[in-house]
Design a protein around this ligand. Structure first.
Ligand code: ADP
Ligand code: ZN
Length: 615
């Protein structure tokens, strides 16, 4: 397609309906539109897509976008078409007729953007055809897939290395949200992008609130959390298929619009769940980590980990699926010592020493994060080598810093018990001895005659296990997984036992200030910056209208309008077309398509539909 001659700012407003660029977008867009290579590392939700979509419109010819997942391509293309952009998909999901129709449009120069799968792109005939056409740029989305260092390696991506050589004059932009230093270097090398300018924006997702809770009654903890998110979109991750199914059942029994999603389900059943979620006909998906790879729903308001993830990378990526639209979102992780043990068990089964070492390191970092006694965001970003200037004020630790106390005596009791039990028992047993349990095994072993028997009656089991966890975490104790998870003293324990070292711990399970239950409309109103009840009600009505339209058109709800756009409508309450165009997220195409019906809903009149009369 011919290049636009207006400024990129005008395109941003006319086509995408946004008043201003996000940080770095303008710079990247100008650089690529000028014909240069770029490597873009931006967190999820940072707004990477515009970094190639706008240059695509400002350069003559068709932009070729490589994306690893068919469902993602389709959603992006739907969203572009809804904004009046000439975009299409070419991949194995198309019928031969549809494919050849797309190819006809491509050859006729009628497309601004073409999304293709990597295997399709590198077919020799296809590359030859492209070399005869005018190409605006190549965009390689999820570029970390090219690297074996990354966690999503895709062999098809490796062949993309040929693009730089075959199309020396066409700009290439590679984009990703997850690249550590090693992966980054590898991506550049594999793609031959040695001259590319790097745009690295950091990992922080300031709109996500991080929280972690020790599992005591996980189902009840989850329900309590969900009360705060009634009617919102969210994902609950669990580690096993069975757990996924159980949790989904429980939620449904409690009246939550929830469904399970895991690899054991058929493709059709999975697609149905995904479609319902995208169409806002389903609020909560309970899933194994596989879910989310293929979805790009900007208004996911929360992500819950029902089990502790195995690494910070995984945790970051999964929580990153919340709040892509930049509006407030919640990430809650439930975890337990049992989770840690389960992961340790998996790691111990790994054959290679090196691999075991790496995974142990990753797991330890995850536990550190779970146990964090200071700002959780700092801990998270610190893992990625990024430093935050101050505490974030938007995590559970910042809002309710844990109370610490002199735990020297508790630690001495705990370590002595391990010692007196000859380091031959697991956590549960040691706690029972401390609490003076009359359990048969203890009596049978004669452990009721030990000096430590019953010296810890002041704490509950949960409280003691919190003390033990912290002692393990601080390195005074270790768990021998190879020997039935028995507790062992480490050399540092001796100083505590001899009274030469004091120990400060977080008060075990100090009751967290309970989140006040806020009515749904106020809660949402607050997070969307809606000022009055009237605006909040209007937002709900617009959301309902969006749901109906999305269902009718069989597109994801956000393709019609994102939450942010609906919230802006509710705030501004436009009364005519000009005012409607001022709403963030409303470009010219959406004005034409939806202006009338949304303006009518905002005027709020046809509550009673009068048939045959123009209301
Ligand atoms: P990423 O690919 O980096 O995860 P997206 O490109 O999908 O992020 O953008 C995330 C969300 O932010 C989308 O809903 C997108 O429409 C929105 N967005 C992107 N740029 C802007 C902007 N300049 N102003 C407002 N919203 C934007
Ligand atoms: Zn914080």
């Amino acid at each position: 397609m011919p290049a636009r001659t207006t400024s990129t700012h005008v395109t941003l407003a006319d086509v995408f309906g946004y008043p201003s660029f996000r940080p770095h977008q303008a710079e990247i867009i100008d650089w690529v539109a000028d014909g240069n290579d770029a490597f873009v590392l931006m967190p999820t939700g940072g707004g990477k897509s515009l970094c190639f979509q706008i240059p695509a419109l400002h350069r003559p010819g068709t932009a070729i976008v490589v994306s690893p997942l068919i469902s993602l391509m389709k959603d992006q293309v739907d969203a572009l078409c809804a904004n009046g952009v000439a975009a299409a998909v070419l991949n194995s999901s198309l019928s031969p007729e549809d494919s050849s129709a797309v190819l006809d449009r491509l050859r006729a120069g009628q497309l601004d953007l073409l999304y293709v799968s990597p295997e399709r792109l590198v077919m020799d005939g296809f590359l030859q055809m492209l070399s005869r056409l005018e190409i605006a740029l190549f965009a390689i989305d999820e570029a970390h897939c090219v690297s074996q260092w990354g966690h999503d390696f895709r062999p098809e991506y490796v062949q993309l290395g040929c693009l730089r050589e075959r199309f020396p004059a066409i700009p290439i932009v590679a984009l990703t949200a997850t690249a550590d230093e090693q992966t980054r270097i590898d991506v550049l090398r594999q793609l031959g992008l040695s001259g590319a300018r790097m745009f690295v924006t950091g990992f922080d997702r300031p709109n996500i609130r991080y929280a972690a809770e020790y599992k005591t009654k996980p189902a009840a903890q989850l329900m309590e959390f969900l009360k705060q998110h009634d009617g919102e979109s969210g994902i609950v991750y669990a580690l096993s298929r069975k757990r996924v199914a159980d949790v989904a059942d429980k939620l449904r029994d409690a009246g939550v619009r929830a469904a399970a999603y895991h690899a054991g389900m058929g493709a059709v059943a999975r697609a149905r769940v995904q479609d319902a979620f995208m169409g806002d006909r389903l609020d909560v998906v309970v899933a194994t980590v596989a879910f989310g790879m293929g979805i790009d729903k900007p208004d996911v308001r929360f992500v819950v980990h029902y089990d502790m993830p195995k690494s910070i990378e995984g945790y970051y990526q999964e929580t990153g699926r919340a709040g892509r639209d930049g509006l407030p979102a919640d990430a809650l992780m439930l975890w337990s010592m049992q989770d840690v043990m389960t992961s340790k068990g998996f790691i111990d089964a790994v054959a290679s020493d090196e691999q075991r070492r790496i995974e142990t390191h990753k797991l330890n970092a995850m536990v550190d994060f779970a146990e964090a006694l200071s700002c959780r965001r700092r801990a998270l970003l610190g893992y990625f080598g990024e430093e935050l200037a101050g505490d974030c004020g938007n995590c559970d630790v910042c809002s309710a810093p844990p109370e610490t106390y002199d735990a020297t005596i508790d630690a001495q009791k705990a370590l002595s018990a391990v010692y007196r039990l000859s380091e031959r028992f697991g956590l549960g047993y040691v706690v029972d001895v401390l609490r003076g349990s009359e359990n048969q095994r203890i009596l049978g072993n004669g452990h009721d005659s030990l000096s430590v028997y019953g010296i810890g009656g002041e704490y509950s089991k949960d409280e003691w296990s919190a003390v033990f966890r912290q002692l393990i975490h601080r390195g005074y104790l270790r768990v021998d997984v190879s020997e039935y998870s028995t507790l062992k003293l480490t050399p540092t324990a001796a100083a505590v036992l001899r009274g030469e070292e004091d120990v400060r711990l977080a008060r075990p399970l100090a009751p967290r200030p309970k989140a006040e239950k806020v009515p749904k409309s106020t809660k949402r109103a607050k997070s969307l910056a809606l000022e009055t009840d009237e605006q909040a009600d209007l937002f709900e009505r617009l959301r309902e209208l969006r749901r109906e339209i999305a269902a009718e058109k069989a597109v994801p709800a956000y393709v019609v309008f994102a939450d942010a756009a609906l919230a802006d409508m509710a705030r501004r309450q436009p009364t005519d077309r000009d005012e409607f165009l001022q709403v963030s997220g409303v470009g010219k195409a959406k004005l034409e398509q939806y202006g009338e019906v949304f303006l009518q809903a905002i005027r709020g009149r046809p509550e009673i539909k009068v048939v045959g009369e123009d209301v």
